[in-house]
Structure formats: structure tokens, C-alpha cells
Design a protein around this ligand. Structure first.
Ligand code: F0G
Length: 359
């Protein structure tokens, strides 16, 4: 007898809440079940009495929350007899699609924007054997092309317009509710295509409607200032941000996300690139948590809204960190203050450097 039942992925765990049959062949890499980490130091540093929990989605198998949706989307694609999947991606979806396609033994085609994809994500798509099409255009243009391919070929689209993606991703909300024993007051989350904010709200509402919990959070979605259609109130044609994961001007779940905002009595807000980078650094240096720039916008935004009093002191807040910091090593290295210190290979030199750099 194992001491604890083996964790076999979110479809197995939430089988009764997901559209699978008893004989469905599940394509899983053990995704989900990510840690919910309470911040110890940052509330003290910002001198606010708030309870901030980090849902560390970067610890999914391919390093982002996309795996929650991908296990469902690929499982269903295989069940329906599909031999190939396709997506447009700012990087994480392509990495996840490539991995799950490899696991399933089917082909993956991914369209990525030229020059604007973080190195780790590109490496993942390539090593898993996806066919990587680098287009001379941005994510939104890639998405348009993928939709056209989807209409004209039997290839399954695995972007979040595939409803099974949202079904898988809603399980993150289940996990949060189970772990906290109820809803946080605020759930802060990065917004690109707005699939994830939509999926979380679905999950929260599902547990609420079934009487498993009595409360619901207010959903707060953050966008980078240069790619903020929800804050501008209209599509943005040339999105720009260091947070390449959310460099999106034409969100695919536009209407759904506005409904989330209204139903949950939440709001959308923006953060500048320096603000989100500062939050990324703060998390790494003061909490030991490493996320990619786009993910840090949830904490950057929360800190801003706490300072502005929109999120009152005493609140319980969940911030989703959507992707691991290793996804984007270039930005991480640029962000480090100390750099590397060239040191002679002798004890005196090493001791000298240690003494000079003690905290
Ligand atoms: N955070 C990260 C790290 C992402 O990769 C994405 C989306 C988001 C947040 C936004 O989530 O689109 O559901 O609102 N990345 C997609 C991709 C677009 O292609 O990997 P959303």
C-alpha cells in the first residue's frame, strides 16, 4: 500500500467535473496540484496587513498553467480521432502543446511571433518535436491564421478558443477553494487572451453553485500598459511589452472576460513594464519565488491596488503566477543586480568576495 494515493493529474482528480468518460484515454503529465504559497516578507516590506497567496502555476510539467488546459484539449482531440493539433502562441501554449502532443504520439504545429518569444519556451517547442512556424507577425495575426487552418483542415486548434482548455484550467480555482476552505476576497491574475480569468471564474462559480463554498472572489485582471485592450476599451493593433507572454492586442475571450468582470464585481487594471519587472524581482529576492515577467503582473497590480485602497487591508488575496521564471532567462539575467563576479581561483580571492558581499 502506498502511504498516499499517487497523484495522476487533474483529469483523474476532478473526473466527475470534467467532460471525460470512463474509457477515455487520458493524456497527462501529472499537471495541476500546484503549491499555494503564503507570502511572508512582501506584506511586511510594503507595510500592509494583507494575506497574499501565490498560486505557483509555473510548477506545472512544462512550467506554465497551460498544461491544465492542454491535458484536457489533447485528451479530447485524441478521443475524437485527431492526429494533429495546432496553436498560435506567445510561447507557453506552444511548449505545452508540443509536450502533450509528444505524449499522445500526434503532431503539433505551432505559430510563434518572430523575435518575441522567450528562449525557454522556444527551446521546449523545438525539443519536443513540434513543427515551429515563426511568422513575420504578432500573436494576433498568428491566431487569425490558425483559425483559418482550423476551418479548412481536420487539425484540432488547442488555443483557449477550444472549450476543453477552459474546462481543464478551471481546476486551478477548485484547488484554491479546497486549500483555503473558501474563496479569497480578491483573485489577481494576468490577462492576455483572457481565457484563464474566464476559466477561473467558471471554476469558482461551479463550486459555489454546487454549495461546496459560500463565497466568491472579485476577479481582478491585469494587463501590461502597452498591451491593454481591456483598459483602453478597444482592441490594440500593435501591442508591446517586455512581458511577451501577454503581448496580445486582440483577446480571444473578450466578451467572456467582460462578463467575469461584471459578475464578480471585479475590475481590469494596467501595470507598466518597470512595475511588473520590479514585482518579479521582489518575488525572487524576498520570497524565493521565480516567475516570468507576465506572471509578476498579478502581484505588481495587487500591490498597486492595495496602495490605492481598492484592495483593503485585512483582505485575503490570491495572485496567480502563470509561468516559471526559467522560461525567460534573458530577462532574468538583465534583471539581476549583482551579475557574476570574476574571481581568481584561490582562497584569498574567494574570501575577499564573500566578505564584501555579506547581507
Ligand atoms: N501568463 C502567461 C505566462 C501566459 O503565457 C499567458 C498566455 C497569460 C498569462 C495570459 O493568459 O491568455 O489566458 O489571458 N499565453 C498564451 C500563449 C497567449 O500563447 O502561451 P490568457
Amino acid at each position: 500500500m502506498p502511504l498516499r494515493p499517487r497523484y495522476t493529474g487533474l483529469i483523474d482528480r476532478y473526473r466527475d467535473r470534467l467532460p471525460v468518460h470512463d474509457d477515455t484515454r487520458i493524456i497527462s503529465l501529472g499537471e495541476g496540484n500546484t503549491p499555494l504559497i503564503r507570502l511572508n516578507n512582501i506584506p511586511r516590506i510594503i507595510k500592509k496587513s494583507v494575506d497574499i497567496y501565490i498560486k505557483y502555476e509555473g510548477l506545472n510539467p512544462t512550467g506554465s498553467f497551460k498544461d491544465r488546459g492542454m491535458t484536457m484539449a489533447v485528451t479530447k482531440a485524441v478521443e475524437e480521432g485527431s492526429r494533429a493539433i495546432i496553436c498560435a502562441s506567445t510561447g507557453n501554449t506552444s511548449a505545452s502543446a508540443a509536450a502533450y502532443a509528444a505524449r499522445a504520439g500526434i503532431s503539433a504545429f505551432v505559430l510563434i511571433p518572430e523575435g518575441k518569444i522567450a528562449l525557454g519556451k522556444l527551446a521546449q517547442a523545438m525539443i519536443h518535436g513540434a513543427v515551429v512556424l515563426q511568422i513575420k507577425g504578432n500573436f494576433d495575426q498568428g491566431m487569425d491564421l490558425v483559425k483559418q487552418v482550423g476551418k479548412q483542415t481536420p487539425i484540432t486548434i488547442v488555443n483557449s478558443i477550444n472549450p476543453f482548455r477552459l474546462q481543464g484550467q478551471k481546476t486551478a480555482a477548485f484547488e484554491i477553494l479546497e486549500e483555503l476552505g473558501g474563496a479569497p476576497q480578491f483573485h489577481c491574475i494576468p490577462v492576455g487572451n483572457a481565457g484563464n480569468i474566464t476559466a477561473h471564474w467558471m471554476g469558482y462559480k461551479e463550486y459555489h453553485e454546487h454549495g461546496i463554498v459560500n463565497d466568491l472572489p472579485r476577479m481582478v485582471g491585469y494587463q501590461a500598459s502597452g498591451a491593454a485592450p481591456f483598459i483602453r476599451g478597444k482592441m490594440v493593433d500593435t501591442p508591446e511589452t517586455v512581458a511577451t507572454a501577454i503581448r496580445i492586442g486582440h483577446p480571444q475571450s473578450w466578451d467572456k472576460a467582460w462578463s467575469v468582470q461584471k459578475e464578480s464585481n471585479g475590475w481590469f487594471d494596467e501595470c507598466t513594464d518597470p512595475e511588473l519587472l520590479a514585482a518579479q524581482k521582489m518575488l525572487t529576492e524576498h520570497e524565493g519565488i521565480f516567475c516570468e515577467p507576465a506572471s509578476a503582473i498579478s502581484l505588481a497590480g495587487a500591490m498597486k491596488d492595495i496602495a490605492a485602497g481598492k484592495i483593503p487591508e485585512g483582505s485575503k488575496i490570491v495572485c496567480t503566477l502563470t509561468g516559471h521564471g526559467l522560461k525567460d532567462p534573458d530577462t532574468a539575467i538583465k534583471q539581476s543586480t549583482r551579475g557574476v563576479i570574476p574571481t581568481a581561483a584561490n582562497l584569498d580571492a574567494v574570501k575577499h568576495t564573500i566578505l564584501e558581499n555579506l547581507k
